[in-house]
Design a protein around this ligand. Structure first.
Ligand code: ADP
Length: 646
């Protein structure tokens, strides 16, 4: 290793010269010489040689002692000792002192040259390995530090994610920011769109150890600059000295933007008041990472807060609703019972969410609705109250029942029906008397032709009123459900009886009236007189609204589980504009109003009867070509009934 400095500690000039001139210089080493111990130590301190060649025994500081000192100070400088003899004690001490080589005097040139080369090489290898070790250690330490920072940030992110209250979150973030970069102060400012300003929402001040929530408009132009540009800002003491008025006590300052899903939402600021704790680009990056985590966590907290407000509003609306609302999940466990439902169903326990339907609600009708057995209908309570109930299936939730109190409406309806019934009934008696006396007029003596015509008109008018009253009474009875009793009925027989009842009218108008039983019609559960009234009304209309010589046909067939009856005619038909209203009470189509007598109640009665039997009715018609009324009724699948004598 040419160029290496080698210290020769030797009092004898001839030996010194031999070493310097015969060995060191020719081999390219840089010789340093000392004649005594003091000079040797001084040279060691100042010149830092790579090897020492010294006398093993010297009067003031022996080479052996020098080697011991170097070892003691942990200085990796190899030592070659020279001695005229090497008794075992001296050789052992030399080895213990870590001497590189022991040479016998007089010195052999080749041996010394080789010893010098070897000692330098060994020392160099040792130093290199030590250096590698140190480097490895150094890299490991840096990695460990990085890992610690990552762990710390992850921990902070986890802590943030656990906070859902916005104010608490803001104070937490400020505290974390200050702790993370070991700052003295910190603040978080959020942008308010309404005022277009940054508002300080949490701050930790120099003399206050914890961050506090606040809501003060920020007048910091640097914060606004960072918010507008989206670029972080680091001001060290040199930069701050150029603007002392703005931050007189601050020695270092960092602003980082808070950005959530591509939107800037605010700025985080930290600063230090002490010159011995500078804030660097490293701190800025740390703070930015924290701010990025914080922005996500804040966004979640804001969303949670909004959801909470909406949830509370919804809960208030549901609770303040007059209608009762009950919701169950798919396992019939209660999800919600609002205040009205509690009052209606007299539910006492305060918290019923999660409990089973059967355990909490006794009313069998309510249970049936919540199980989906009924979807629309009425619920009658023991105390006489009646509720209109509607149960709806909601995907991923379960079933919701809404109950409206219709007790008053029911009562009004009952009063109305009573009134109509009473009035109709009371009107019918005097009308019967009028009709009787009008009949008698002709019998008690001769009347003029004009008087006879008047009498006929009176008879006709009274007849019309009687029909109207009868229809009204019928409709009242059907709607009130007075004819609710049902029995197993042969519909084909009912139709045949109805046809026989109107055949005379059809014959009178020379109309062809026939009945096709397309398939054998099964039995149904029904009220035979009302079913007969239904068919008769349809046939009566067909005859009435079909001109002389027309054709009326009735068909019955089975379709799946239903019985389908159609009554068709070749009459005047119904104008398309009137079709949607034809089943309304008192409605009469525009083409029949002035030409035919009628009350406009016949089809309302038919529709009520059909619906009372769980069926549906509709009409198809083309003007001047005829009309077809179709009725669908459910068939009965129970045991057979005897043929009734209708
Ligand atoms: P109305 O006593 O007037 O016959 P309905 O309620 O029985 O009352 O019928 C309502 C209206 O429907 C009738 O006024 C008539 O305009 C129309 N309509 C009913 N049946 C037929 C039909 N077969 N052909 C044509 N129009 C009909």
């Amino acid at each position: 290793m040419a160029g290496e400095k080698i210290l020769v500690v030797e009092s004898a000039p001839d030996v010194r010269d031999f070493i310097v001139h015969r060995i060191l210089l020719p081999n390219g080493y840089v010789p340093l010489t000392a004649t005594d111990g003091a000079a040797a130590l001084a040279c060691l301190r100042q010149a830092g040689p790579g090897l020492v060649i010294a006398e093993a025994r010297a009067p003031d500081l022996s080479g052996l002692a020098l080697a011991g000192l170097l070892q003691q100070d942990d200085l990796d400088i190899p030592v070659i000792l020279m001695a005229a003899d090497w008794p075992p004690d001296l050789a052992r001490d030399a080895m213990r002192a870590g001497v590189a080589d022991c040479l016998l005097e007089p010195l052999d040139e080749a041996l010394l040259t080789e010893a010098v080369g070897h000692a330098l090489e060994v020392a160099s290898g040792r130093r290199w390995r030590a250096h590698q070790r140190a480097q490895r250690q150094g890299t490991g330490n840096a990695r460990m530090e990085q890992l610690e920072v990552v762990e710390r940030l992850t921990r902070l992110a986890r802590e943030m994610a656990a906070v859902l209250d916005v104010d608490q979150m803001l104070a937490t973030v400020v505290q974390m920011a200050v702790n993370l970069v070991e700052a003295d102060e910190g603040a978080i400012m959020l942008y308010e769109a309404t005022t277009q300003t940054l508002v300080t929402r949490a701050a930790r001040n120099f003399d206050d150890p914890t961050a506090q929530n606040c809501r003060t408009p920020s007048e910091d132009p640097l914060a606004m600059q960072v918010f507008t540009t989206g670029q972080p800002l680091l001001l060290d003491s040199a930069a701050l000295q150029r603007r002392p008025a703005a931050h007189p006590l601050v020695h270092a300052l960092i602003y980082v933007p808070l950005q959530s899903r591509a939107h800037l939402i605010g700025v985080v600021r930290v600063d230090n008041h002490r010159p011995d704790r500078p804030l660097t680009a490293y701190h800025q990056r740390l703070l930015q990472t924290l701010a990025d985590y914080a922005a996500i966590a804040l966004d979640n907290a804001f969303r949670y807060a909004r959801t909470e407000v909406e949830r509370a509003q919804l809960e208030n609306i549901l609770n303040e609703m007059v209608d009762g609302v009950v919701a169950v999940d798919f396992n019939q466990r209660l999800l919600l019972v609002n205040s009205s439902a509690r009052a209606i169903l007299q539910i006492k326990p305060p918290d019923v969410a999660g409990r089973s339907l059967e355990e909490v609600i006794e009313n069998p009708d309510v249970r049936a609705f919540l199980k989906g057995e009924n979807q629309r209908g009425e619920i009658k309570l023991d105390d006489g109250r009646v509720f209109n109930a509607h149960s709806t299936f909601i995907a991923e939730v379960g079933r919701v029942l809404v109950m409206q109190d219709i007790t008053t409406l029911k009562e009004l309806d009952r009063i109305k029906s009573d009134f109509v019934n009473t009035v109709s009934h009371d009107l019918r008696s005097p009308l019967t008397a009028i009709l009787g006396y009008v009949e008698l007029i002709k019998r008690v003596g001769p009347i003029t032709d004009q008087q006879a015509e008047f009498v006929q008109r009176i008879q006709f008018g009274v007849q019309s009123i009687t029909t109207l009253i009868t229809d009204l009474l019928d409709l009242g009875r059907i709607e009130a459900g007075f004819d609710a009793q049902k029995e197993v009925t042969h519909l084909a027989t009912v139709i045949e009886y109805s046809i026989e009842g109107v055949r005379a009218q059809a014959d009178f108008k020379h109309q062809k009236l026939d009945f096709h039983l397309i398939q054998p019609v099964p039995q149904m559960l029904g009220n035979p007189p009302r079913l007969r009234q239904m068919v008769s009304n349809l046939l009566g209309n067909a005859i009435k609204y079909t001109p002389d010589g027309g054709r009326i046909s009735v068909e019955a067939k089975t379709d799946g589980n239903a019985i389908v009856i159609t009554v068709s005619d070749t009459g005047m038909g119904i104008p398309p504009a009137d079709l949607p209203y034809i089943f309304n009470k008192f409605y009469r189509a525009s083409n029949s109003r002035d030409k035919y007598e009628g009350t406009g109640l016949g089809l309302s009665i038919v529709k009520s009867i059909v619906e009372n039997h769980g069926g549906r009715i509709w009409v198809d018609s083309k003007l001047d070509e005829g009309a077809t009324f179709t009725v669908i009724l459910p068939q009965y699948n129970g045991p057979d009934a005897p043929q009734p004598p209708y």
